[in-house]
Design a binder for this molecule. Structure first.
Ligand code: TPP
Ligand code: MG
Length: 796
């Protein structure tokens, strides 16, 4: 008898859903097979794909997408289940056959689900395992943040943030950092569905893992739902001998269970007879099943039993975060089921032929939605037309842009550090009643005060869903920091875990797209600790999340604080990281101009970029500001439009070189005083020498490569800002570059027009010491700059 779906509001037939899931298994297997064995392969390189990883999660994903999910729910799919996701979207009419056929080819469905590259509405990109899991918790926090402030737009409903997790992903430490942070923020409406196939890439995972997982989640306030056995096995356990059978499976090591799964019915029988054949009732159970039926029974795990899966998902109706631990088999329904080496295994042509026969798919109808199903196409069509998830056509939102009424003014000061300037600008914005200021969300991993966000936080407050008193203030204990937390607060305080900072920024920076409301996220941390969270930063950029990253202090200029806190390579990260425009201003007025630009830049979203837009500025992106605590004298000047533009484009001549100049000094950031001093010293002997300020080596380099690309495409008059700048310097002139960071950040400038470069910078982890001692030690002090200029002249 056919049964209605348990808990479902829809009166349809579970058999149809099981058939659709079967089709998903076929399509995902075929998609990978087609890419590897059918499509022409010009280079001969392996294409790859993960048929086994797909098969273990087919039932879980089919249940979710075709029955459980609502349009407002958001999902991070485990990376190697990408073909399953694309097959499901194909069935739902959101993915084309051409893209499936081009799986892993240029322009085709992506190897791992990608928000930016895939056409079929990926909610969260995945690929680096653990990242997609954790971001769901932060996305839920963003949803709470908006909800608490009534910022969820009309018509946009709260959803569940769901991660589909490979069991080996649970080894990634960033998951536990996120779990702890989520617990602190009382996170809700988060589901993590673990595809517990007990296999990783290399091997079979340890037997005792599930117990630990249970405890970990429960200790963080999560509910754990175990989906261990399917309906058939549970029924067998009720028969005489069923208790012994259950005990045998419960005690069975993962590796033995996997090996038996691979070997099949006869092997199960032999083992069971040997181990528990004498127990009353067992023999009868075995006799009732032929080898195929016994194999089906013994592999009837919870994660492959549709009714068990639906019961579990529909059984959770509250907001408590829930981990579903679904037992599955890697390679379920495929010839390498259970084999420990199956992770990247691909079915051979013969194996695929056998699968084709089992699925009843005729040659030439491989992409057909209905071929080989046990139910009539009309029933499937009707079923798909009623899928609740598919009712939401526009799941990708935009969120209107917000602007400042007034440009940001730099604080008036004779001397200033860029970090201090940043703090004061934010403190001023805290008094701004405009919309943009109301959308700023700051966040920091326990360095809010030391990165100068204190003034902002004092006015705008800490965010919490509930009101949390500031006990020190209530007890009249004097403090400059007011730390009461309320739902109105605009700062999200995180524990010291830089991965979490970047995942938080990633989620906040997708708010416009996920929840239809634009936020202006600003995250602060110490510059060296960018490297601590680098993969999460890369992950946020990969998803095109939009945020401002303020990294301070930076370099050896923090001097006495010591080597462990000095950053050397971060300027290179600034250049190398896609999606992130990196700036290192020297002065307050430059920083103010850059912040003005950043607030706009991070909201831009043009898909098509004009050929002359060498920096693709119309598309926008995120911004990284490398700031310093070093206080330096500020220039007295008007920031006119030309200077403002040059600062944004990456640099300007402080002293333009003469037509016959033999030398130029180029500096970035806090080395301005030394560069100016050295320049003043060399112009006596080298009249006409230039002094160039670099505010963004990243944008200079990007513009240069952009211009080269544009010229290759025929735009012959394309000219990058750096080409114009260095065009003012005679070709035979020398350049000395100096910065508090890796010298290769600027040394490439010599390649633009063929100038000789001597690059000064920091290459070794430093010592503690006073500023000038540090500069001398690392040879970026004034005298070394002068000496380098002399050497460049004497030894051209
Ligand atoms: C950060 C990171 N390290 C390594 C990999 C390579 N890798 C891809 S899948 C995988 C194992 C995944 O096992 P599991 O999560 O259990 O997924 P299954 O295929 O078993 O479902 C590894 C190591 C990766 N994608 N990301
Ligand atoms: Mg696994």
């Amino acid at each position: 008898m056919l049964q209605p779906l348990p808990g479902s509001t829809r009166d349809h037939d579970i058999t149809v859903l099981e058939n659709v899931a079967r089709k998903v298994l076929w399509l995902s297997s075929w998609m990978i097979h087609n890419a590897n064995h059918v499509r022409p392969n010009v280079s001969g390189l392996k294409v790859g794909g993960h048929q086994a990883s797909c098969s273990s999660i087919v039932t879980l994903m089919s249940a979710l997408y075709f029955d459980v999910l609502r349009p407002q729910d958001r999902v991070a799919v485990k990376p190697h289940a990408s073909p399953v996701f694309h097959a499901i979207q194909y069935l739902l009419g959101n993915q084309s056959r051409e893209q499936l056929a081009a799986f892993r080819a240029l322009g085709g469905a992506q190897s791992y689900p990608s928000r930016t590259k895939d056409a079929d509405d990926v909610d969260f990109s995945t690929g680096s395992v653990g990242m997609g899991v954790a971001i769901t918790s932060f996305a839920s926090l963003v949803q709470d943040y908006l909800d608490a402030k009534n910022l969820l737009p009309p018509g946009i409903r709260r959803g569940r943030m769901i991660a589909l997790v490979g069991d080996a992903e649970l080894d990634e430490g960033n998951i536990y950092e996120a779990l702890l942070e989520g617990w602190k923020h009382d996170v809700r409406d988060v589901w993590w569905v673990v595809d517990y196939n007990r296999q990783s890439l290399d091997t079979v995972v340890t037997d005792r893992l599930f117990g630990r997982i249970n405890e970990l989640f429960e200790s963080m306030g999560w509910r754990v739902e175990m989906l261990k056995y399917g309906r058939r096995l549970r029924a067998a356990f009720e028969q005489p001998g069923g208790g012994a059978l259950r005990q045998w499976i419960d005690d069975c090591p993962n590796s033995l269970y996997s090996a038996m799964t691979f070997k099949g019915g006869a092997a199960w029988r032999e083992h069971l007879l040997r181990d528990i054949g004498a127990a009353s009732g067992v023999k009868a159970i075995l006799d009732e099943h032929d080898d195929d039926a016994l194999h089906a029974l013994m592999t009837d795990l919870g994660g492959h039993c549709m009714s068990t899966v639906l019961d579990a998902f529909h059984g959770v109706q509250d907001e408590r975060p829930t981990c579903f631990l679904a037992y599955t088999i890697k390679g379920h329904g495929l010839p390498f089921a259970g084999h420990k080496d199956n992770h990247a295994g691909l079915m051979s042509a013969e194996q695929m032929q056998a699968l084709r026969e089992r699925h009843g798919v005729p040659e030439g109808r491989e992409w057909d939605l209905f071929a080989g199903l046990d139910v009539a196409p009309d029933a499937v069509r009707a079923f798909l037309a009623g899928v609740p998830f598919a009712a939401g056509r526009n799941r990708r939102h935009h969120g209107s842009r917000v602007h400042l009424a007034q440009p940001i003014a730099a604080p008036a000061a004779d001397k200033l550090s860029t970090q201090d300037c940043f703090g004061r600008v934010l403190a001023n914005l805290a008094r701004d009643s405009g919309t943009l200021a109301s959308r700023i969300v700051t966040t920091s991993p326990d360095v809010t005060v030391s990165t100068n966000l204190g003034g902002w936080v004092n006015r705008r407050g800490i965010f919490d869903r509930r009101n949390v008193a500031d006990t020190f203030s209530d007890e009249n204990v004097g403090s400059f920091q007011k730390w009461a937390a309320t739902p109105h607060g605009q700062h999200i305080e995180l524990g010291i875990a830089e991965n979490n900072l970047f995942l938080m920024l990633g989620a906040l920076g997708l708010s416009h797209s996920l929840f239809g409301r634009r936020l202006i996220p600003i995250g602060t941390l110490y510059d060296p600790f960018i490297e601590r969270g680098l993969d999460a930063l890369n992950y946020a950029c990969y998803q095109d999340a939009r945020f401002i990253l303020v990294a301070t202090p930076a370099g050896v200029s923090l001097a006495p604080e010591g080597g462990a806190h000095q950053s050397i390579a971060t300027p290179l990260i600034g250049i190398g990281q896609d999606g992130l425009a990196a700036f290192e201003p020297a002065y307050g007025d430059e920083l103010a101009a850059i912040l003005d630009f950043a607030f706009d830049y991070l909201q831009r979203d043009a898909d098509a970029v004009a050929p002359h837009d060498l920096l693709a500025d119309a598309h926008g992106g995120s911004v990284y500001l490398r700031l310093s605590t070093r206080v330096i004298a500020q220039p007295r000047r008007e920031m006119d439009d030309a200077l403002r533009k040059a600062v944004i484009d990456g640099g300007y001549w402080v002293v333009p070189p003469s037509r016959d100049a033999g030398m130029a000094i180029v500096y970035q950031g806090v080395m301005a005083p030394e560069a100016i001093e050295a320049h003043a010293a060399i112009v006596e002997d080298l009249p006409g020498a230039g002094l160039l300020a670099v505010t963004s080596a990243d944008r200079l380099a990007r513009g240069w490569h952009g211009a080269e690309r544009a010229r290759r495409l025929g735009l012959r008059n394309a000219r990058a800002h750096v080409e114009t700048l260095l065009g003012a310097l005679p070709r035979g002139a020398g350049i000395v570059t100096v910065m508090d960071g890796h010298p290769e950040t600027l040394s490439w400038l010599g390649s633009v027009r063929g100038h000789r470069v001597r690059a000064l910078g920091v290459e070794h982890f430093g010592q503690s010491g006073d500023l000038q001692d540090m500069y001398r030690y690392h040879q970026i002090d004034t005298q070394t700059i002068i000496d380098a200029c002399a050497a460049a002249c004497l030894d051209p």
